[in-house]
Design a protein around this ligand. Structure first.
Ligand SMILES: N[C@@H](CCC(=O)N[C@@H](CS)C(=O)NCC(=O)O)C(=O)O
Length: 224
């Protein structure tokens, strides 16, 4: 085809196709910004790691956070924030799903995706309820009501599969988010939370073990 005879519309279509191809084949530039803590960023970091996706892991201090927040630099005034090709996105659950999508960890079956999303969102509810009241009474209520409210159905859901993960032998972002929560509940660093509080949930404990045994995740922690 000669450019002389190429119509403007055809040229535009050609250019758009070329841009689309370039965008879809080139690896995106990814930067995750959070405090130097596990918190809400660790499941996103580990999902990138498990999917073999390169990303910049930016850790900021309190002063830098306050500066970013007050200057309006953070999407919703909170962290983590994820920048993809220099565009910033807030909300950790959305970032986690993105990490699973680019790393090939997101299920294509809509019902499996629903299951994964359910556990991701329930895990976020566990975090919110665990930190709503960190006094001895608050944490006792969390252990008696909120934790079993979410853990018992998740346990049943995992127990229905061949294991060790929520979707059987396929690791998902939900397993990773759950494993990070289990890790912090077992760590002994949360006030008034006994380190054995997850022991009565064998399937959830199995997810934790299997995630920590993932080759890429194991290598990542060994290099820290
Ligand atoms: N729903 C948000 C909650 C984000 C959130 O509350 N982040 C905390 C750190 S884990 C934060 O930025 N706190 C400081 C603030 O909001 O000023 C998400 O999941 O990303």
């Amino acid at each position: 085809m000669h450019y002389k005879t190429l119509s403007l519309r055809a040229l535009r279509t050609f250019t758009t196709t070329l841009q689309h191809r370039t965008l879809t084949t080139m690896a995106p530039k990814i930067k995750l910004t959070y405090f130097d803590l596990k918190g809400r960023a660790e499941p996103i970091r580990l999902t990138f790691v498990a999917g073999g996706v390169e990303f910049e892991d930016e850790r900021i201090g309190r002063d830098q956070f306050v500066e970013m927040k007050t200057s309006g630099a953070l999407t919703f005034g909170s962290v983590p924030v994820l920048e993809v090709d220099d565009v910033m996105y807030g909300e950790s659950a959305a970032q986690l799903r993105y990490a699973a999508n680019v790393g090939g960890l997101a299920p294509s079956c809509p019902v499996e995706a629903l299951k994964v999303d359910m556990v991701i969102d329930a895990s976020e509810s566990i975090i919110v309820t665990a930190f709503a009241d960190t006094s001895a009474e608050g944490r006792a209520k969390f252990l008696e009501t909120s934790l079993p409210r979410y853990f018992a159905p998740i346990e049943a859901c995992i127990a229905q599969t061949e294991g060790p993960f929520l979707l059987g032998d396929k690791i998902s972002a939900a397993d990773i988010k759950l494993a990070v929560i289990v890790g912090s509940l077992k760590s002994g660093i949360l006030d008034h939370i006994p380190t054995d509080c997850v022991d009565k949930y064998p399937a959830i404990s199995g997810v934790y073990t299997a995630v920590m045994e993932n080759e890429r995740i194991k290598k990542y922690y060994a290099s820290k």
